[in-house]
Each structure stands twice: as C-alpha cells, then as structure tokens.
Write a protein that binds this ligand. Sequence first.
Ligand code: ATP
Ligand code: LTN
Length: 336
Amino acid sequence: MDTPKKRIFSGIKPSGELTLGSYIGAIRNWVALQNDYDCLYCIVDMHAITVRQNPADLRRRTLEQLAQYIACGLDPEKNIVYIQSHVPAHAELSWVLGCYTMFGELSRMTQFKDKSRKNADNINAGLFTYPVLMAADILLYQADLVPVGEDQKQHVEIARDIAGRFNQVYSPTFTLPEPFIPKTGARVMSLLDPSSKMSKSEQGGDGCITLLENPDDIMRAFKRAVTDSETSVRFDPEHKPGVSNLMTIYSCATGKSFAEIEAEFEGRGYGDFKTAVGESVVELLRPIREKTQELLANRDYLESIYAAGAERAARLAQKTLDKVYRKVGFVPRARG
Ligand code: ATP
Ligand code: LTN
C-alpha cells in the first residue's frame, strides 16, 4: 500500500505586490513540491490587516495574488488554493490556541518587534497575536512541512511549541510542523540596501522588484543595484552582500551554480554582470506577468478556483476543530 503523502501548508499576505523575494523564497518552492506532497496554499488576508490596508487595494491584491499563484505554476487541481477569510475555522482555532500561548513567548517574536518599530502608531493586538493565527493556519490541516523563507522560521517554531503544549495537556491532537527553508534564496535582499530583506510592504524605488514589473523598470533596478568597490564577482555574503545577493538571484533565475557564475564573469566588470542578472530576471518574470494578466481578465474562473478551494479546505479544517473543541470541553452543538 502507498504511504500517504505528507501535508504541506503555506501562505502569503496580500499586503503588497508580490516580489522577486516572495517568488524565490516561497512560491518557487511551492511549485516544486506540488507533485510529491498534499499541499494547501493560502492567501492570508486576515494576517494582512494587522497593518492598516486600503480596502479596495486589499481586495484587488487578493485576487491578483490568486492569479499570480497560478501563473507561477501552482496547479489549482493538484493543490488546495484558497483565501483565509473564507474558512472561519482559522479564526476559531486561533482563539483556542491563544489560550495556550504565553505573553512572554509572543513578546520575543522578531517580526512583532520589527513591525512595531515600523508601525509605531498602530501596535495593535492582532500584530501581537499574529503568530497564533499563523499556528492555527498550520495546525488546522495537520501540516508536516511549512515551506517559507528564513524570516518565518521563528513563527513555525512557535506553532510547533503551541502544538506540543496542547498535545501534552490533552492527548496527541496536532502534527508537529517543521519549517522547510530553501538552500538558495531563503532571504533575497533589497537591491539598494543589501542589509535589509526585499519586502513587499516597503515598495517604491528600485530596491524591490515586483512580479508584474515591466522589463525596462527591471533592467533599470538591476543597473542601479548596490555592489561594492571591488570588481570581482564572488560569493561572500558577509563582505560582498550586494554582489552575493545578485548571484543568488541569478542562480535562481538560470539554475547556474555559484562556481559557474564566478567563472562566467571572471575578468569582466560589474556592469556586464548586472545586465546579465537583469535580463535573466526579465525572462523569468515575463511568462508569469503575461499569464497573470490573462487570468485576471477571467474573473469567473478565479472565483471558481477560490470557491472550490475554500470548500475543500473547510472540510479538512472542521475535522481538526471538532476534535479540539471536544478535547477542551465544549458541549457539542445540538444536531438538527
Ligand atoms: P510584508 O512586507 O508585508 O511583511 P513580505 O514581503 O515580508 O511582506 P510575506 O508575506 O511576509 O512577504 O512573505 C511571504 C513568503 O515569502 C514567506 O514565506 C517569506 O518567508 C517569503 N519571503 C518574503 N520576502 C522574502 C525575501 N526577500 N527573501 C526570501 N523569502 C522571502
Ligand atoms: N507569516 C507569514 C505568512 C503566513 C504563513 C502562514 C506562512 C501566515 N500564515 C502559515 C506559512 C504558514 C509571512 O509573513 N510571510
């Protein structure tokens, strides 16, 4: 008998246009996993509102993100693709898990500290309990693996801790999830400031490449990318963060190894190198951009995808939620 496939869950907030970082650090890996795992890929709109969003933009970006998931190669037949707010069990489990999460452990989350600094006028409770909702996302589906970029490792670890605690207090209920982080491209840095992550909520300017960006803008951004005062293309993230970041991007776009890239640009200047990286990204993103535009013109199709996705997800989620409600001692709802 075949062993059942392992379960994967991951999500991205529709808090800005998807970037080359979201693609290389997350979506690209989702696509690679879709044949060998049983996968759910979510658009986590409830997480997005922990930072103030313009409602019309949030709605537009949510649909755009769905189109982009598919354009990047996620097959909505093979995977469950859906919108978080369409499955109420996320919010329901999140409340319960919050009662098994400590104030102290949430206070240590680096993303909370980081976002509090950046949104000092809106340090709301949702921002603080964000990891609890994320734990609910993952644990509802009994996910074994959570493919994310490096920055989300701490959040998957706290989900695991919460699951372990709940299992300990009651009896085995949740699968303990593990982060699944790519070897190359786990952290794509800003082109203008290679010490900070390329981030979709800090767009504008040439530091960030969005998936829908046009070729001229992509080339301009790469030509302006910050490097260093040497001339050699060499992978050394500590001393040459800008060049190493460009090498990572180039390697992901072309499949070439760092050694091959170093050999290719031996004795050539940074100008040639930046042009080559830019061109590789233009070619990487071209089909994604075109396919996204095509899908966005077909709203009925997109609606049928997210409707079917939510239905399939809700069925799986309800099983876990029922189990949890029973274990904590809630009276089952009367039938009929
Ligand atoms: P925001 O700026 O709104 O916080 P973000 O750009 O950091 O958003 P997320 O929605 O937090 O994007 O991340 C989506 C997924 O992409 C996560 O798995 C995250 O780890 C990964 N990711 C995001 N940015 C990068 C990056 N620059 N390099 C590698 N992975 C990334
Ligand atoms: N916190 C993540 C987005 C996210 C997520 C998840 C990722 C929300 N729920 C569940 C993996 C699994 C982020 O900021 N990138």
